[in-house]
Design a protein around this ligand. Structure first.
Ligand SMILES: [Zn+2]
Length: 190
């Protein structure tokens, strides 16, 4: 029997031809989509134009400012536009890279258990949906020209990016249905 794939994050508009997943941390102890959005609205691109707002496609909360493990898609995901999270050295990572940011500073402590489960689920689902190979799931620090620690030395990238057969069946590693973890796409997002 062919497993039924479940992707609760399927956008309503045509998908971009995603090639990469880029992982980030906020490097702060607290945060949510709103706070990051406000922060990013103050930024300007190379030509001096202000950013449209939050540069990531997804944010995963840590219990401070947003529910622990909650996955929130942003307006960039909803409308399938390029990200502003991967620097300008290699534009493909912004154009074709799905930016996922976890709230927290993983130089100091690893992501919470709920965050790890959620990011694993999200990465798995996106990898399956867009046929993104394991080696194209990258930490920010690998692609940035200038030095950054993002997403921190305690971010367990390999564990998160690898495949979990159960996710193919629409449940997380503990048997919880994907839909129940997805948060609602209907929620008003920036
Ligand atoms: Zn980053």
């Amino acid at each position: 029997m062919v497993p039924v794939r479940s992707n609760p994050w399927k956008p309503d508009v045509a998908a971009r031809p995603w090639k990469y997943i880029v992982l980030h941390h906020t490097a702060t102890s607290t945060g949510n989509v709103d706070s990051i959005h406000a922060e990013h609205q103050k930024k300007k691109d190379k030509s001096g134009n202000p950013w449209l707002g939050i540069g990531y496609h997804f944010v995963i909360g840590n219990g401070n400012g947003m529910t622990d493990g909650a996955i929130e898609p942003t307006f960039r995901w909803r409308t399938q536009i390029q990200g502003a999270h991967a620097g300008s050295a290699e534009p493909d990572y912004n154009q074709l890279g799905i930016g996922i940011c976890l709230v927290g500073n993983f130089e100091n402590a690893p992501p919470t258990a709920a965050q790890q489960k959620s990011v694993q689920l999200l990465v798995q689902t996106l990898r399956q949906e867009y046929f993104i190979p394991l080696d194209q799931v990258v930490p920010h620090k690998e692609i940035r020209a200038s030095a950054t620690a993002c997403p921190g030395k305690l971010f367990p990238l390999r564990e998160i990016a690898q495949e979990y057969p159960a996710v193919l069946l629409g449940v997380d590693p503990d048997g919880v249905p994907v839909e129940s973890l997805a948060g609602s796409l209907e929620r008003t997002l920036r």
